[in-house]
Design a protein around this ligand. Structure first.
Ligand code: DUT
Length: 152
């Protein structure tokens, strides 16, 4: 595990009194993030859930917003834009987009752990436009070209 990276975090008025996102175990990759609002999601419904804080991520990093597998597996609650991207220059409230793919209304209470945040390094690309690309054994094969499942 590398040394932790400092990330500035500002609580917004509706975030006061809530725990900050935190790693549930020593080896956790993601910090569980809490909802700052109570909201119910009907089947098929989407919502941008308030977290009650904003961040200033250091240059060269992003935060990814990922689903919690337990909510996804047991209730069909997931992040439709997974992994959500929090840019280092974004200063608005960090929101967690959720969708209910289950068949029952799902109630979220303020303080519920709704998703997880993963701090990740970012490498920006610089295009090098060329007339021809190098040959590879895969070539233009893709989208299941190597098989591995009867349906492919
Ligand atoms: O799950 C998410 C995804 C994004 N954002 C915020 C932070 C991010 O930096 C900003 C823009 O996100 P993104 O680039 O994914 O959105 P876009 O649809 O491309 O909008 P924009 O034109 O604002 O970049 O919105 C969130 O709070 N939660």
């Amino acid at each position: 595990m590398t040394d932790p990276v400092g990330v500035r975090l500002k609580r917004l008025p509706h975030g006061h009194g809530l725990d900050l996102p935190r790693y549930a175990t020593d080896g956790a990759a993601g910090m569980d993030v809490l909802s700052a609002e109570a909201v119910s999601l009907k089947p098929g419904q989407r919502h941008a859930v308030a977290t009650g804080f904003a961040v200033a991520i250091p240059d060269g990093y992003e935060i990814q917003v990922r689903p919690r597998s337990g909510l996804a597996f047991k209730h069909g609650i997931t992040v439709p834009n997974t992994p959500g991207t929090i840019d280092s220059d974004y200063r608005g409230e960090l929101k967690v987009l959720l969708i209910n793919h289950g068949d029952e209304t799902f109630a979220i209470e303020r303080g519920d752990r709704i998703a997880q945040l993963v701090l990740a390094p970012v490498t920006q690309a610089a295009w090098e436009e060329v007339d021809e690309l190098d040959d590879t054994s895969r070539g233009e094969g893709g989208f299941g070209s190597t098989g591995g499942h009867a349906k492919l």
